[in-house]
Design a protein around this ligand. Structure first.
Ligand code: 8YV
Length: 323
């Protein structure tokens, strides 16, 4: 019996590709959209980055598609409604990257608090030798309030770390039941969180309900000393409103691992603002985490294509509906 064909639109190590060959025929394309599009008419599955658009037009190129296995936890790259209507399973990699994203968030909080980038630039620029002015003083995270928007796996992993540094944690989420081990984190309405937090950190999925969740009105509620951290998705924040709020010092600063669009234009003003830290979407970018994500994405792909239940599917009803 011939094996189902699957487009592999990310780089996979040779060993994993070999494993994959036991049950599917990989059509290796890498992330090049034109090569993916050319291969899609033959594909029953695709393994792609969570940033690779699988919109209606691309789905239309793949009449035989049965599974989209995202290399990532986000799935805003996929037209979920169209995929579900066609019975295509959409799978993701939850859990395995929560620690890495939370570590990066905590690293950003500490970098902001201790003015790490500023002081490193000061030393590199000879400021230390001159000692005039003296190095910038930071602030202690202990006793400060962290407002977490989206208290799912990643938000909770951030809370755990922030509590260890003595921060008070408040959060906003649709689910407000106490979380085991994090009972002292208090759920609050978004407006209250924005007013109370010294650092606001975003950990929501991007969907129509969270698109521009943080706009001019929300930024206006934040303290002038507060920082905004976004390691979720760029469009959760209205970027034009954020530029304004940062330029006028309505808020103290922003640390952004995600932008809208990605990559940003070379002349994106946020890249040059001194109260902004921009990172190139590295939340999950560690050797260990990326390996775990690849494994899980491959398991999702193979499971669906061989008629088994995938470990992490966001529209599992399509699997039940299959003959
Ligand atoms: C990845 C991500 O950076 O998990 C997600 O949703 O955005 C990231 O982990 C991305 O999928 C890498 O291709």
């Amino acid at each position: 019996m011939s094996k189902p064909a699957a487009v592999i639109a990310i780089d996979l190590p040779a060993g994993l590709l070999e494993d994959l060959r036991r049950s599917v025929t990989p059509i290796v394309t890498g992330p090049d959209p034109a090569a993916v599009d050319a291969a899609l008419p033959r594909a029953e599955g695709i393994l792609c980055s969570a940033l690779f658009p699988m919109d209606g037009a691309r789905l239309a190129l793949a009449p035989n598609l049965r599974v989209i296995a995202n290399f990532g936890v986000g799935y805003n790259n996929v037209d979920l409604e169209a995929a579900t209507a066609r019975g295509i399973a959409v799978c993701t990699t939850p859990g395995v990257l929560s620690g890495a994203v939370a570590d990066l968030t905590m690293a950003l909080i500490l970098a902001i608090a201790r003015r790490l980038f500023e002081n490193a630039a000061y030393a590199r620029g000879g400021g230390w030798a001159r000692r005039e002015p003296p190095p910038a003083l930071g602030w202690d995270p202990a006793g400060k309030t962290l407002g977490i928007v989206g208290f799912g796996r990643i938000g909770q992993a951030v809370a755990l770390r922030a509590r260890a540094f003595g921060m008070e944690v408040i959060y906003h989420d649709l689910v407000t039941a106490p979380v085991e081990g994090l009972e002292d984190c208090r759920p609050v309405p978004l407006a209250e969180l924005l007013e109370l937090a010294d650092v606001v950190s975003l950990h929501v999925n991007l969907d129509p309900s969270t698109h521009h969740l943080i706009g001019a009105a929300e930024l206006a509620r934040m303290k002038p000393t507060a920082w905004l951290i976004n390691t979720a998705r760029g469009p959760v924040v209205d970027q034009a409103a954020l530029r304004e709020a940062l330029a006028s010092r309505q808020i103290a600063g922003a640390a952004l691992d995600v932008l809208d669009p990605e990559p940003p234009a070379a002349d994106e003003p946020l890249l040059a603002m001194e109260n902004v830290i921009v990172l190139p979407h590295i939340g999950s970018a560690t050797v260990e985490t990326r390996a775990a994500m690849r494994d899980l994405a491959v398991r999702n792909l193979v499971a669906v294509l061989t008629g088994r239940t995938p470990p992490a599917c966001v529209n599992p009803a399509v699997l039940q509906a299959r003959p």
